[in-house]
Design a protein around this ligand. Sequence first.
Ligand code: SIN
Length: 280
Amino acid sequence: MTTSATLEAKKVSAGCGLEIHGVDIARLSNSEMEDIRRLYFEHGVIFFRDQDITPEEHIAFAQRWGEIDINKFFPANGKYPEIAEVRKEKEQKTNIGGGWHTDHSYDQVPAMGSILVARELPTDGGDTLFANMYAAYEGLSDGMKKTLEGLRAVHSNEMAFGAAGFYKNTDQGAGFKGEDLVGSAVHPVVLAHPETGRKALYVNPGFTMHFEGWTAEESEGLLAYLYRHATRPEYTCRFEWRPGSIAFWDNRCTWHYAVNDYHGQKRLMHRITIGGSALN
Ligand code: SIN
């Protein structure tokens, strides 16, 4: 589809993701920025190709959307602390983000979005999967929507980034920091998106611990159902990276999953996370 005089866009799958062509994100006019803003909020995750941007241009693009939210746990780029490095060396077996999650749901004011730029890619593999949580919510029955109404869930980062958390026990452990900064937050299970007002499912396998007022054991069954439902192929897409590719997702209405299928090769991505607002 053509969405403006210069900008072309194509859905990655019917239910998730939009690839945008015909723009240079380091030199966007105000009207292109407006178009991209509209498409980003409508689709939840957008992709660009052939963008040869410097770290400075990555930072400048992020700043057009809001304040940068520096990740407390990820290894940062030595020269640009705003940039978190999602790195897997050829000797490492564990990747970062190798399970369904959404960034920063463990913060009481979670990050609005994340902009991921490909810096070094394996020859094959290393794709990222995305899932659309607007579509997942809309695909639930009226009975389930009613059950979820008013429910809240506790999210925590301790299992991922704590002293005894997942990464510490892997070959990524040495790169992570901030184990004393772990904490939790409570959010609605169905949020009204702060920009669009549209409802989205807001629990995720990476960081959601249990429903507020329910034990973890009691929560387990319903969460497992929601996770199975949310990752149906109808709501997901797979993004194959190429040099110059960028993915920009809205953490309030998407999940993502970095596929770990390129052992023996290096993959390096630069991620900037943009601050958001409290959720209702
Ligand atoms: C992430 O979870 O932010 C990383 C995604 C990826 O490396 O594809």
